[in-house]
Design a protein around this ligand. Structure first.
Ligand SMILES: [Zn+2]
Length: 317
């Protein structure tokens, strides 16, 4: 119900009823309606999602989750690689007494972990994942090179192990062949006490003598005290001497393998009976050959032979 409105007449100074303009009122009403509608369209979407926006928002949430999962997977790979690196270092140190690849090289210029917010789905998150992937790739390349080096070291070690003297020079299954150990012994011909720089193995003339490690024959001939004897250079500072042979089976300059027959037991040179005098030299000095039989003896037999070598006094040269 509309009220009657009045206005002041400036001349008569009386209030006179205002004439209502219906058309104007309708126009104002319509204009207000349009304004409200426009405002509604502009403002409401800020408070309520359209179906399209709702779908995008969900997709966005999914992507955030994927990024977080990828990030976790990278961290896991990183941990696996760390474990491999640790084992790798141990292999270097324990087996090869070599220095492993330094940490700064392994890290390959990667500056540690990135603690940026994972819920932030932006170009940054993708960049971060990319950087992690690149760092991981670089570390894997270094790791692969490290394994190459390990293989090289293993091959070198294998070569080393095949070269150093490691078996007995004659067959000695019942351990009864050792007649004299290493150290001061009474010489049966010279009749004096003097250092015995090797071990004496008694055996019948013609018993095969074996090279105790891979190497090169540096001498094969006759010497004053040693009679017919062979010297082998094994490299790595090791040399072996096989004396009093009845016959030699190798010549100077020949390459030999461990276990290869290089001659036969005899009694040439200063010797009182058929036997093999065997010496091991390390860096030019005679060492006790008993420490170089580990390849063909079990622990128990090794102990026994060790005892025999301490008490065996019957030097044949
Ligand atoms: Zn001897």
């Amino acid at each position: 119900m509309s009220k009657q409105r009045y206005e002041l007449d400036p001349i008569t100074l009386e209030y006179i009823p205002v004439k209502r303009n219906r058309w104007k009122e309708i126009l104002v009403f319509l204009t207000a309606g349009v304004v409200f509608m426009v405002l509604g369209f502009l403002i409401l979407p800020h408070y309520f999602d359209t179906p399209d926006e709702l779908a995008l928002r969900r997709e966005n949430e999914d992507l955030k989750l994927h990024v977080a999962v990828l990030d976790k997977k990278f961290d896991h790979l990183e941990a696996v690689l760390k474990n491999i690196q640790k084992r790798d270092k141990n292999l270097y140190r324990l087996l090869f007494e070599a220095e492993p690849i330094p940490d700064d090289v392994r890290e390959a210029g990667y500056g540690g972990s990135d603690d940026a917010n994972l819920n932030d789905l932006s170009a940054d998150a993708v960049t971060r994942l990319n950087r992690k992937m690149e760092a991981l790739s670089k570390k894997l390349v270094v790791q692969s090179q490290s394994f190459d080096e390990l293989i090289r070291l293993a091959k070198e070690k294998e070569k080393y192990l095949s070269h150093i003297p490691a078996i007995q020079p004659v067959e000695n299954k019942d351990l009864k062949r050792l007649a004299s150990g290493f150290g001061r012994r009474f010489h049966p011909i010279l009749k004096i006490w003097r250092p015995h720089n090797g071990l004496d193995f008694t055996a019948k003339t013609g018993t095969p003598i074996y090279a105790t490690g891979d190497g090169v024959v540096t001498y094969a001939g006759r010497g004053s005290g040693f009679g017919l004897h062979v010297k082998i250079d094994h490299g790595y500072g090791y040399e072996t001497v096989y004396a009093h042979m009845s016959r030699m089976a190798v010549r100077k300059g020949q390459k030999v393998k461990r276990g290869q027959i290089i001659g036969y037991v005899g009694s040439t040179g200063l010797s009182t009976g058929p036997h093999l005098h065997y010496e091991v030299h390390y860096k030019g000095k005679p060492v006790n050959p008993i420490y170089y039989f580990y390849r063909d003896l079990n622990a128990e037999d090794y102990e026994k032979l060790m005892e025999i070598s301490k008490t065996a006094q019957q030097s044949l040269d």
